[in-house]
Ligand binder design. Structure first.
Ligand code: TYD
Ligand code: MG
Length: 452
């Protein structure tokens, strides 16, 4: 009898081990190892997946930016880097109920309306349920085909025979390959299914969209390798308790990363927000202490965001530090710098920082915004409502230059701001229209002198 080979896989990160382990040495998670059968190399099955291509000169290969297919949703095109690339694999991740299925169905409907034949494969919902969602978002094109299926082999058959212009698999965790005995959603199955689907897409040039579920800590359930295998990874940010949805390109082989698309969930599906700066500032309490606006670069686009801080005296010995949307460690560092350099003794204060609108900002330019809003809350003095600030803060309290200052200032001017506090650098001089009052500073002491 043929011996069945098994290995233990971490269900969180895909780490493999020959024996069971309590704690994963790779991702440090407990109790994640599950025994799975590993597939003996079946040459027949593998051969079919070969791309059968010959080496060719790069000069002879033709590729054009125009080959991209537009999704009909400008914000989605933006995160994809300008539209869908043929033969690409896109992973769309996000919390349950955030709108993954809705967005992809809307996209397919748009493609179908423009005359493409498209296929939506669902393993989670019945055809009737999909129809009901389709009714809300107005998806009724005869070119939009729905297939309820979880068997990988059958999916591949249908994709090959239909040859659609785009395929959505909702979700990759429900796909089951009969070649493996492990359950759908396990590391082995997810890896096998995605490998086969990605190869099929490369071979046929059909773009595939894989919906991926997200674990508690916010990463795609199943192996991390899935993210390496696909060309583009898109994540939904924001929470389902609010109407806004932000979709961010975490990885993109065909465009800039960290680009965001902003949507609003309405009763007829996801609607694009074409002016995100106005959207994020729409509920700003003007003239309140602790609120500061920063022009932040999200991918290639500047977006004005509001940073809010609250510093209040600690009741118990241990002060609390809570940061939502910005890096926790960065905040601790800035608090220490403010304490030492500016004499703002925040050490016995609870500190809460939040980026309004649920965006996550991960760039040094917001340092000055964090410091300004903290100082404003601590001193209980509001920052002028028509002022924006940006710049990186160093450990000695110096303010450093950052990238694309002109674009940021232009966006602030467009939104009606008239004063900007920015780093004084010789390296990159800013040249913008006269309307903006530019205040160039080189350290935090100067910041406090100009801020209020
Ligand atoms: P869904 O796309 O099913 O989320 P996911 O696939 O990421 O799990 O979105 C479901 C949520 O969206 C649900 O809470 C209802 C809401 N929704 C609307 O508010 N308006 C709509 O038009 C649709 C289709 C859904
Ligand atoms: Mg869904």
């Amino acid at each position: 009898m043929k011996k069945i080979k098994t290995l233990f896989f971490c269900q969180n990160c895909g780490h493999q081990s020959t024996k069971w382990l309590g704690k994963c040495p790779s991702c440090q998670q407990w109790n994640q190892f599950v025994e799975e059968e590993i597939r003996s190399s079946d040459p027949g099955a593998r051969l079919e997946l070969q791309l059968n291509e010959l080496p060719q000169s790069i000069a002879a290969i033709t590729a054009d930016e125009k080959d991209r297919m537009t999704t009909g949703i400008a914000e989605l095109d933006r995160v994809l880097g300008g539209g869908i690339v043929g033969g690409s694999a896109v992973l769309v991740g996000g919390d349950p109920g955030i709108g993954k299925s809705t967005l992809l169905l809307q996209m397919l409907q748009n493609l179908a309306e423009n005359g493409s034949k498209v296929l939506y494969i669902s393993g989670e919902e019945s055809a009737k349920q999909i129809k009901l969602r389709g009714k809300r978002i107005g998806a009724a094109s005869p070119n939009l085909l729905i297939l309820v299926e979880i068997a990988l082999e059958s999916m591949i058959q249908h994709i090959k025979s239909l040859a659609p212009q785009a395929v959505v698999i909702d979700s990759i965790q429900t796909v089951y390959s009969s070649a493996l005995s492990s359950a759908p959603g396990s590391v082995g199955q997810v890896r096998e299914a995605s490998a086969q689907l990605i190869l099929l897409s490369k071979k046929t040039g059909i773009p595939v969209f894989l919906v991926g579920h997200v674990t508690k800590d916010g990463s795609i359930a199943g192996p991390k390798v899935l993210e390496h295998m696909v060309d583009t990874v898109l994540y939904f940010e924001g929470d389902s308790g609010h109407a806004y949805r932000i979709i961010r390109g975490m990885k993109n082989r065909f465009g800039p990363t960290n680009e965001i698309g902003v949507f609003e969930m309405r009763d007829n599906g996801l609607q694009e927000v074409s002016n995100p700066s106005a959207f994020f500032l729409s509920e700003r309490p003007e003239g309140a202490a602790g609120s500061v606006v920063v022009p932040s670069m999200e991918g290639t686009r500047p977006i004005l965001i509001e940073i809010q801080s609250l510093a209040s005296p600690t009741n118990f010995g241990m002060p609390r530090r809570t940061a939502i949307g910005v890096d926790h460690n960065r905040v601790s560092l800035l608090v220490a710098v403010m304490d030492k350099i500016c004499g703002l003794h925040l050490s016995n204060h609870d500190i809460f920082i939040n980026v309004a609108g649920g965006v996550k900002v991960d760039e040094p330019a917001i340092d000055l915004g964090i410091v300004s809003s903290l100082a404003s809350s601590f001193l209980d003095r509001p920052v002028d409502a028509k002022t924006v600030v940006f710049g990186e803060v160093g450990l000695t309290g110096e303010v450093r230059g950052i990238s694309q200052m002109d674009i940021r200032i232009k966006e602030a001017a467009r939104m009606g701001f008239n004063r900007c506090i920015l780093p004084k650098t010789l390296a990159r001089d800013v040249s913008v229209g006269s309307k903006m009052n530019l205040i160039k500073i080189s350290n935090l002491r100067e910041l406090l002198a100009h801020l209020f």
